[in-house]
Design a binder for this molecule. Structure first.
Ligand code: ADP
Length: 168
């Protein structure tokens, strides 16, 4: 049985992430989506919110399980018995950091293979930060994020808009 780990911050999960996970689920027997508990970047959603959104978005994928993780991805991969680490590659700009991380991860977990999948034409422009920018500015993110994420972003920004006192 081949097990793959797809790690990320998923703040929030986008259709680009979902597509990579679904493609991985066609290739591997089990896919563990690993949600970083404490990403080293500014995040909008708590770990529980990110986990809920990832779980809701992937609930129909029966080969996929969703877990939180702390610390090194190489350690997590070893603990869940993973053979492969899957990452998504969008633009050339993703390459350098993915290359650096994959070299490091393979050094720390010998035997762990790293596979980068190219983003699809439809979602190659998508990033979680872009989604947050669009949603914060009242834009429509339907079709770019799974429905549960779109709903949560709408609730969040409507809530914020309602709590800002009117200037009139
Ligand atoms: P990280 O904090 O590890 O970069 P992200 O949640 O931003 O986590 O992304 C997780 C993985 O998904 C990374 O490999 C990233 O390159 C990939 N990814 C992000 N957006 C897309 C997309 N639109 N299409 C394909 N892969 C993507």
């Amino acid at each position: 049985m081949t097990v793959a780990v797809v790690p990320g911050s998923f703040d929030p999960i986008t259709c680009g992430h979902v597509e990579i996970v679904k493609r991985a689920a066609k290739l591997f027997d089990r896919v563990v989506v690993a949600v970083y508990a404490r990403p080293k970047k500014n995040i909008m959603f708590s770990l529980d919110e990110r986990l809920d959104m990832v779980r809701e978005s992937l609930k129909d994928e029966n080969r996929v399980q969703v877990e939180r993780f702390d610390g090194l991805v190489a350690t997590f991969a070893r603990d869940v018995g993973a053979d492969v680490l899957v990452r998504g590659l969008r633009a050339v700009s993703d390459f350098e950091s993915e290359f650096q991380q994959s070299t490091m991860n393979r050094q720390m977990a010998p035997g762990l293979e790293v596979i980068c999948m190219f983003a699809s034409m439809n979602f190659g422009f998508l990033s979680s930060s872009l989604i947050k920018d669009i949603a914060e500015n009242g834009g429509d993110v339907a079709g770019m994020v799974p429905a549960p994420v779109a709903r949560r972003l709408r609730e969040l920004h409507q809530g914020i808009a309602m709590s800002v006192p009117s200037k009139r």
